[in-house]
Design a binder for this molecule. Structure first.
Ligand SMILES: NC(=O)c1ccc[n+]([C@@H]2O[C@H](COP(=O)([O-])OP(=O)(O)OC[C@H]3O[C@@H](n4cnc5c(N)ncnc54)[C@H](O)[C@@H]3O)[C@@H](O)[C@H]2O)c1
Ligand SMILES: [Zn+2]
Length: 683
């Protein structure tokens, strides 16, 4: 490859990873590899300035705006940070600074929080807007979601508050909350979230702010931006922001020279392990705002700030064997079984290899000495192979051809990274997974059965599909190990009670690929009954060929589904595949005979749902609609109304001319305030 081709290909590759990372909250490669490639690109570009491109990932902030939210242009640009890895890098930076500014330079050292960048706008002391970093010049407006985060003050306190200003920070998901979310997912048999950063960033982009409110997010602030700020240094800025009620972490310090900066870095490289949230480094900023102004910005980052990245601990060990795991959807994940090794205080025996491409890219083979890293991810990963230690008789890895669970030949659809086991009905993890999904809280919510019981029931041959659950009796399950009379009764009662679960959740419980809660609800309300959904279009046929008649009908059904707002082609195809499959049709028929809800109930059609179940609302102020109308909507959708604000209030629906005492109380208690429109969005 010529240098030009290399540069072009690296730019393309990095743009792709950026898109995955910032828009889809997904990391296809480790940060370590990403940074290595970026560095490689920078070096090539430095050696070949003739190929300079102002849109190269080396000079631009990596994110983008999405179409799901309103796009907002930042009044003050949001930048990324340049990286340093050693004292020498910092000294070089200081040299560049001293060429531009006179006099002594003081620094503020802050921790670098690893989450999603956010800008909060305040007007007249009240929270007005929250916007993501996006591409740096414009971002996504996520106000409603951010409002649900308790540490975001809705009203500021204290004096000297500028009339209008912005404050920058990071939305993070502390470890404790992250682990709790994953524990809950594990119970429901769902895939685990990979790391707190991606989960925090993904949470901001949820369409349902009530869902965001359930997530234990925090907002840590570190930078004021505005035209007339009452401060002359960064450090003052932190103190002021704290006094106004923002959550500004206490760990920041002033350093009068780089030696002090290094001491701060060394201290936190060790102590960061005790912090409640993740940090991936330290940010060093020139303290004086006047000096900051003199220094200015590059296209990508301020010249007055520098990130110092902690190195992630890497150890080398032997890869004993590659095995394969099959998930509930049939997706196959290769797993590296390692010679046990200590990383950051835990013994690591296994690492994820993601997919066949990953193995091929790194040319990972059994018997290799590999470098393992445990960064922000819960599952450690292999970042490189030590080729110098590769045994002479080493053989390239041949990816599994058959399912390790049921021996069916694996398939890989075009454009997909993952292999799949197509034996949906006969592959044990898929059987168990589908049943676990069926009984999970958001689906049929069957009390009295846990993941282990499902395993037991399947292994004992008592059930093979979720429809079989409805044939279970106390007598049948009692012989199972550790099954007491009481728990057997609970189980059977729970199954019986699930027959009342509304149609949209039954539809979700069926486990049709790509049909999540929201899509299930859309389909349920659109078709109103399972029969209508399953009905294949009838048409007049010239052809007597039954096969082509069937494919014609399927094509038409996909069109029909695709025409429903927000139902894309992939979903439409998947639904059509499901309802055409005789096996699935049979199962659905059985469920219907057992008495499950297969149509929208009359009261649901009158606008009654349970989307607000468990939520308590206070309505205050003047609205477009009458208050009674709003109240009825809360109740019709399963919410509770209360006349006064308390710690138990989940939302305050805020109208015009609302009384100041209620406002203050809600602000103090950190109760999310939503507008009439935002409320309508929830129902
Ligand atoms: N694995 C992948 O596919 C992939 C893809 C793209 C980016 N990345 C990773 O993302 C990083 C690049 O992301 P980036 O452009 O967001 O830059 P960055 O994370 O290196 O640093 C800039 C950001 O740091 C944050 N920050 C945290 N604490 C701060 C503080 N006290 N003061 C100021 N800012 C603070 C801000 O949000 C700021 O935007 C790299 O480490 C890269 O490895 C990975
Ligand atoms: Zn299988």
């Amino acid at each position: 490859m010529t240098p030009k081709e290399q540069i072009t290909s690296l730019r393309e590759e990095l743009r792709h990873y950026n898109h995955e990372y910032y828009v889809n909250d997904n990391s296809e490669i480790s940060d370590f590899e990403f940074d290595k490639k970026l560095e490689q690109l920078k070096q090539l570009e430095a050696a070949h300035p003739e190929y300079f491109d102002p849109s190269s990932p080396s000079v631009r902030v990596g994110g983008e705006v999405t179409k799901n939210f309103e796009t907002v242009v930042h009044k003050y640009r949001m930048y990324s940070l340049d990286n340093s890895y050693s004292l020498q890098d910092l000294k070089d930076w200081e040299k560049r600074i001293k060429k531009i500014v006179d006099g002594p330079v003081e620094y503020v050292c802050e921790l670098k929080y690893d989450g999603a960048s956010i800008s909060l706008r305040y007007e007249n002391g009240a929270f007005a807007k929250a916007v993501t970093r996006g591409d740096g010049s414009q971002g996504d407006e996520v106000t409603t979601n951010v409002r649900t985060i308790n540490s975001v003050p809705l009203k500021l306190k204290g004096d000297d508050i500028p009339k209008e200003f912005e404050i920058r920070g990071e939305i993070v998901l502390p470890w404790e909350g992250f682990n709790a979310m994953n524990a809950a997912r594990e119970k429901e048999g769902l895939d685990l979230y990979r790391n707190p950063r991606n989960t925090a960033s993904g949470s901001l982009k949820l369409q349902d702010s009530a869902e965001v409110a359930k997530r234990p997010l925090e907002c840590l602030l570190y930078q004021l931006a505005g035209d007339d700020l009452p401060i002359v240094t960064q450090y003052e800025g932190l103190e002021r922001a704290r006094s106004w009620g923002f959550k500004v972490p206490q760990e920041s310090v002033l350093a009068k020279d780089l030696d002090e900066v290094m001491r701060y870095i060394e201290k936190w490289d060790v102590e960061r392990k005790n912090l409640p949230y993740e940090t991936d480094g330290v940010v060093i900023k020139v303290n004086s705002l006047r000096q900051q102004e003199e220094l200015g910005f590059t296209a990508k980052a301020p010249k007055w700030a520098m990130a110092y990245k902690f190195s992630t601990e890497q150890v080398s060990t032997r890869l004993e064997k590659i095995t394969y795991q099959v998930g509930r959807t049939g997706a196959v994940t290769p797993v590296a079984n390692l010679s046990p090794v200590e990383i950051s205080g835990t013994t690591v025996r296994r690492a994820s290899l993601h997919n066949a491409d990953q193995i091929e890219k790194l040319d990972i083979r059994e018997g290799d000495e590999v470098y393992v890293e445990k960064g922000g991810e819960i599952i450690p990963k292999i970042v490189a192979v030590d080729l110098s230690k590769r045994p002479d008789d080493s053989q390239p890895t041949v990816y599994a051809i058959h399912c390790p669970e049921c021996d069916t030949e694996l398939i890989r659809k075009e454009g997909e990274a993952q292999h799949f086991c197509p034996n949906e009905m006969g592959c044990p993890p898929q059987i168990k997974g589908r049943i676990q999904h069926f009984i999970s809280r958001k689906a049929m919510d069957i009390d009295g059965i846990g993941a282990e019981t499902v395993d037991q029931l399947v292994e004992a041959g008592l059930i093979a599909t979720y429809a079989d659950l409805y044939e279970l009796t106390v007598d049948k399950v009692l012989p199972l190990e550790r099954m007491a009379q009481k728990s057997a009764e609970n189980m059977v009662n729970g199954i019986e009670a699930s027959k009342k679960v509304p149609f949209e959740r039954v539809l979700f419980a069926l486990g049709i690929r790509y049909v999540g809660e929201t899509v299930a609800k859309k389909l349920a309300y659109h078709y109103k009954s399972m029969d209508a959904l399953m009905k294949m279009p009838e048409r007049e046929h010239n052809s007597t060929d039954l096969f082509s008649q069937a494919t014609d009908a399927a094509t038409e059904k996909v069109e029909e589904l695709n025409a429903i707002p927000e139902i894309g082609r992939v979903i439409a195809q998947s639904v059509c595949d499901f309802i055409q499959d005789p096996l699935h049709r049979g199962t659905v028929q059985r469920l219907k005979e057992y008495g499950l809800q297969m149509e929208i109930a009359a009261e649901q059609l009158e606008g009654k749902t349970d989307v607000l179940a468990g939520k308590s609302f206070v309505i205050s102020g003047v609205f477009e609609r009458s208050r009674n109308e709003l109240k009825k909507m809360v109740e019709d959708n399963g919410g509770k109304l209360s006349s006064s604000i308390s710690g138990k209030t989940d939302y305050l629906i805020r109208g015009k001319n609302m009384g100041p005492s209620k406002l203050e109380k809600a602000g103090k208690l950190g109760i999310p305030m939503i507008s009439e429109e935002e409320f309508l969005g929830m129902v």
